[in-house]
Ligand binder design. Sequence first.
Ligand code: NAD
Length: 669
Amino acid sequence: MKSLWSDTAAQQFADSPLALRVYSSRLLGRDPDLVLHGGGNTSVKLTEKNLFGEDEAILYVKGSGWDLGDIEAEGFAPVRLAVLQHMAGLEQLTDSDMVRLQRAAMTNPYAPNPSVEAVLHAIIPFVFVDHTHADAVVTITNSPGGEEKIREIYGDRILIIPYVMPGFILAKTIHELTKGIDWSLYDGMVLLNHGVFTFDDEAQRSYQKMIDIVSRAEDYLGTQGAQLNDVDKDSTTGLEAGSLPAGGLQALARIRKQVAMERGSAVYALLENSMAATTFAGLNDVAAIAGRGPLTPDHIIRTKQLPLILQPDITDDDTAVNDYAKAYRNYFERNASAQQVCLDCAPRWAVWKKRGLLAFGRSLKEAGIIADISTHTIKAIQRAEKLGGWVALPEKDLFDMEYWELEQAKLNKNKTQPEFQGKIALVTGAASGIGRACVDMLLQKGAAVAAIDIDAKINGLFHREEVLEIACDVTDSAALKHAVAATVRRFGGLDILVTNAGIFTANENIEDLSDDTWQLSMDVNLTSHQRLMQYCIPFLRHGLDPAIVIIASKNVPAPGPGAAAYSAAKAGLTQLARVAALELGKDNIRVNTIHPNAVFDTGVWTEEMLQSRAQSYGISVEEYKANNILHTEVTSKNVAQMACAMAGETFAKTTGSQVAVDGGNERVI
Ligand code: NAD
């Protein structure tokens, strides 16, 4: 393991020990082999003047909710050291009381809650304390004879602590075990199945001790033939990373739906089929070794104890998710006390044999965290197998961690979710006007969206991980099919289709209508929508409350002269929508149509067009814009609101409808 310490960079943090604490915490947090997503914690002990001008020893410890990788000074909670040290001597303390007391001992009530390891940090008699869940060290402790191996590697310079629950019990255990010892004889402390602590009066030395301890563990893995690269080399199955068989994406969408139903909310399913993931998923004994438990108990609230195991070819009547849920309930019943309530029984990740790994999350962030944890877990499992076999903690210890009140509190913070959280939408014509407004509103309501447009400006337009931007001409069937597949591959399924791309073709009377104008309108405004539905239906069928929203036009109920190519195509599109509603009802897919009119904040309308139209009516542009029954201007956002209503709860019982968004039009009414 390489030290990331730079004297030049550290210089910028040299004005206070807290600033240096920030610097070295970030170094730890930026190495995923040390800590992952909010894992690990660090502290620094300072003396500060209190309100009465007296010196007071304060522990600045990582606040909960902060990530070491990008922590700031305000991410550390200042707690009176004497109170924390006193707490370590208590006979008993529930963890919720510990949290309450820690908070009450803070000198800044606006700081975040101190880490649940604050008491432990307080009793370690050094200025800087660093704590990580280093993969290499935990891997060794999770193999047979782990404790002896740690002793063999580090000799007497390391304190070894058997596994106990984190929080007060851990702090108390270490307090008892270390009474009267000379801490200066130790470089660090290994907590079996949990992680590593290092400490020193200088930030750099404490950090360097962590790097040294982890490096020695990595060297040991190397000498035992358990280095990661060896694992990769030895067990390559020859599978081509990234490939899925025919029907594989539909199977993915089906599994995602089953997991969402079990979880009680929509989820994304991220497929990881890198070489490392497919290699692991291709191991003959993968089901046995993946089923032994997590890398560290800290991961269990994110990943649950076990992954779902999926067969390479998933059939329609596959019961894997159901079986997983039953087994989870049994696990709960075996371990729970009377007051505990069972969490949802859905898996958080899956090993899809021969195909790769899946991570399920209500947000892409959650799924991403789970994907990272599972990637690290499979590496550690394979290394530990080379050390004689992966040995995780007993089930009861893992259960206690999963149902630990303090861990549960972390998860229950964001209970209310936007309407489309976890849902997956595809919008065409997304670079401008109505399509763009639909993407914005779907995002605002929590969805992930594939945004498709012929205009290359779509690339980089939204620039966020919830949007898959695809430059694609909807009249190019092969490209369109590929775009739909890419959407399912990226997010795990499809729930909402807003088929919107369209062009207003030139004003030409029927007599003079060119073949090109007619054909272009038919291709873009009609045929492409049929093709898109055709490609999406197999996935929508496995969608969550799936819906298709079709953007037609007021020209359907109230055509105008000169717009035959446009109106005929839009009328055909409306008829297509009606037939789709009839055909897809049995699959619970709702199909509804919007007829917008005179939506001026779009690409079809230019300033010149507006001026000339207004002039021809002898009114101002402003009057022309509100030239409807409600005397109101209709915007892209208004159409997007209707599209979201149709895709959501409001239209849950409606299909085959046509709704005007036009401010009221006499000819339509
Ligand atoms: P817009 O021009 O602002 O947006 C249309 C988008 O579709 C553009 O980004 C364009 O690049 C894209 N597009 C065009 N051809 C494409 C193709 N072959 N492949 C992929 N993308 C393509 O116009 P808008 O008003 O937002 O139009 C959206 C829909 O609303 C259209 O179907 C249009 O017919 C319909 N509509 C608009 C109005 C209005 O007054 N604006 C009225 C009735 C209906």
